[in-house]
Each structure stands twice: as C-alpha cells, then as structure tokens.
Design a protein around this ligand. Structure first.
Ligand code: PEP
Ligand code: MN
Length: 348
C-alpha cells in the first residue's frame, strides 16, 4: 500500500506511520516529493489499511494494484531524476551516453571518448565484460578495459556506464563505473538484481530480449526493493519474427513505461536495430517519443571493431545525429547538450 501524508505532516507523524507499518510486517520505503511525503509499504503481508488511515497526518492510503510497487507511479507520482555529479537523468535534458561496444585498446578508447565528448555526449559507454552469444567471440578486456574507460572518461569530463554480468565482477566495476549496466540477457538474473539493490550506484537496466514491460518493471522492483532508488530503464529492442533488423525496437515502450512508472527511460537504437544506417532514424524517433536519454555505440574505426562494428556509428555520423537531436528535443520541450563541446572550449 501507499500512504500519502498531508502536506504539513510533521516528521513525528511520519515516524509513527512508519512504526505502525513496520509493526504490521511491511518493508517501508519513504519518498519525499516537492509537496508531500509518500510512504510505500511492501511485503508479503496485507494489513488492514484502516489501521494506518486513522493516524495523524495521513491524507490517504492507496492500494497499489500493479504487481510492481516501488517502480509504479502510484508510489511516486513525480519523475525520478538520477543525479551523477552535474549530470541529471530523467530531468528536462535528454542525456546521451555513447562510446564503443567494448573497450579494445588505449588508442581506441581514447579516440572514441574524445569524439563522443566533442559531439555532446555526457556519459561514456563501453563494455569490459561482454555477454557474447558465442564463447569464441571477444569477451572483453576485464579490469584492464575498465581502467582504460575510466581514464578516458576522466580526461574528457564524462561519466562512465559499463556492464556487470555477474556478482563476482561487481566489486571491481564499482571501483570504476558511475552507472552499472545490466544487459538484456541478465534482466532476470534475480540474484544479481538483488545484489545491485544493496549498492548505491545508479543501475541501467536493459529490457530482456523477450521480456514484457511488466516483467521489466518487476526486475527494476528487485533493485528498488533492496533500497537502491536510482534505476533507469533502457529499451534495446526485443526479439520478434522480423529478420531485417537485429531486434525490433519498441518505441511504444517509452510512453507505456512513462505512464506506469516514474523511472527514467532510455533507448539503445544500436542493439535495437543492429545496423548503423538504422541507428540515427531510431534515435531521432526515440527523442521525439520522449525518451530521457540514448545509449549509442560509436567507434573511432567501426570496420575493425572487435564487437558490434556493424551497428557502431562513425564519429562524423554521431556528430550529425547530435545536431539533428538538438532540433528535435526542443520541439517537445526538452533540451540536449546545446552546442558541440569543442565550441565551448571544454574539450579538444
Ligand atoms: C551492450 O550494450 O553492448 C550490450 C551487450 O547490450 P544488450 O545487453 O542490450 O545486448
Ligand atoms: Mn554492443
């Protein structure tokens, strides 16, 4: 259930509601909005809501009918904004995360990071532990890759998102990345999700290859229920009968999720289409449809990439895309890094 407190509820009243809920066997999650405090009570028990309704300072008690509770808009009517230094994900600005599929070498990471920064990306993407369909494909550089990515991110004033595939990698990745990516293949790795709930770093949760939106939100719920409120969702295409694209990018997931949930929604048009000529059109569509951000593969030399070269943009294509997004975003009341960074004298 969700307990909505009155606007002027005192901290004492809030504490006594929390104590009552804990006594009834609930796990309690407090969310303080700009107007009022909302308390989410979740757990296996179903208590009598009237016991809470009567307490001082309570405005109303709502049942959350969705199977996911903390991820739902009933629990938190306002959008979640995730803050990482000076970057805000889920606010007015559309945040672009870009970089290579995998870290491959110092030169490749450096050149790719410089290029995406110059074009206006705020976050560097790059995998060090790669979930490859074949065990014979390049599996990533591991910690060496993370070191390269962190170095390049710091040199270019970028934040870093990188994938964690397994709990055994978590401690290492936490030392380097600002955002922990959960890949599509791991969306329902519930032990990993629970562990991420215990961390306090933002998590980017990709939609599973054949996951419904409800299953995706329930996976987010695992992380939220562990106490980590900073979860962003990323639509990356689902498997359908269509074979002209690698996956079918579900643009409609953006407004659907935004109605059901307060969590930021990003779109990955690179894995969503698998072909670089399809990436820009789908990135433009995602921003027009209201995505809070994009995750795009950009490589300094895509034709020689060790993974996902065919879907990686050349830096010049990424530049052009960013210029187009700067026209589209304001049309729907959003902003995007306004000028190429080089012109502002921030980078090289
Ligand atoms: C990736 O981002 O490189 C990746 C492997 O993504 P996904 O989990 O969506 O396939
Ligand atoms: Mn990739």
């Amino acid at each position: 259930m969700v307990v909505v407190m009155q606007e002027r509820a005192t901290d004492e009243q809030i504490q006594s509601v929390i104590a009552q809920l804990v006594g009834m066997g609930f796990d309690v999650h407090r969310s303080t909005g700009s107007l009022r405090t909302v308390i989410g009570a979740v757990g296996p028990t179903t208590g009598d809501p009237r016991l809470v309704e009567m307490l001082d300072g309570v405005k109303e008690v709502l049942r959350i009918t969705e199977p996911y509770k903390l991820a739902s808009r009933t629990f938190r009517p306002e959008n979640t904004v995730i803050t990482i230094g000076d970057v805000r994900i889920g606010g007015d600005e559309v945040i672009v995360m870009a970089g290579p599929c995998s870290a491959e070498s110092e030169e490749q990471v450096e050149a790719s990071a410089a290029a995406v920064r110059r074009a206006g990306a705020k976050i560097l993407r790059g995998g060090a532990y790669k979930p490859r369909s074949s065990p014979y494909s390049f599996q990533g550089l591991g910690e060496d890759g993370l070191r390269l990515l962190r170095g390049a991110a710091d040199r270019h004033n970028l934040k870093l998102v990188s994938e964690v595939m397994d709990i055994s990698q978590l401690e290492t990745i936490l030392r380097y990345a600002d955002i922990l990516q959960v890949g599509a293949r791991n969306m329902q790795n519930f032990t990993l999700l629970r562990e991420l709930g215990r961390t306090r770093k933002p998590v980017l949760l990709k939609r599973g290859i054949s996951a419904t939106i409800e299953e995706w939100l329930l996976s987010a719920e695992y992380i939220l229920a562990g106490g980590n409120a900073d979860v962003m969702l990323c639509e990356r295409g689902i498997r359908t009968f269509e074979s002209y694209t690698r996956n079918t990018l579900d643009i409609s997931a953006i407004p659907v999720v935004q109605k059901l949930s307060h969590l930021p929604v990003l779109v990955d048009p690179s894995h969503g289409t698998g072909r670089r000529d399809k990436v820009a059109p789908m990135a433009r569509a995602a921003v027009a449809a209201g995505a809070d951000g994009l995750l795009i593969e950009v490589h300094c030399d895509p034709d020689h990439a060790l993974s996902d070269g065919a879907q990686s943009l050349f830096p010049s294509q990424f530049d052009r895309l960013m210029a187009e997004l700067r026209i589209i975003a304001p049309a729907i009341g959003r902003s995007i890094c306004l000028e190429p960074v080089a012109r502002r004298g921030w980078g090289t």
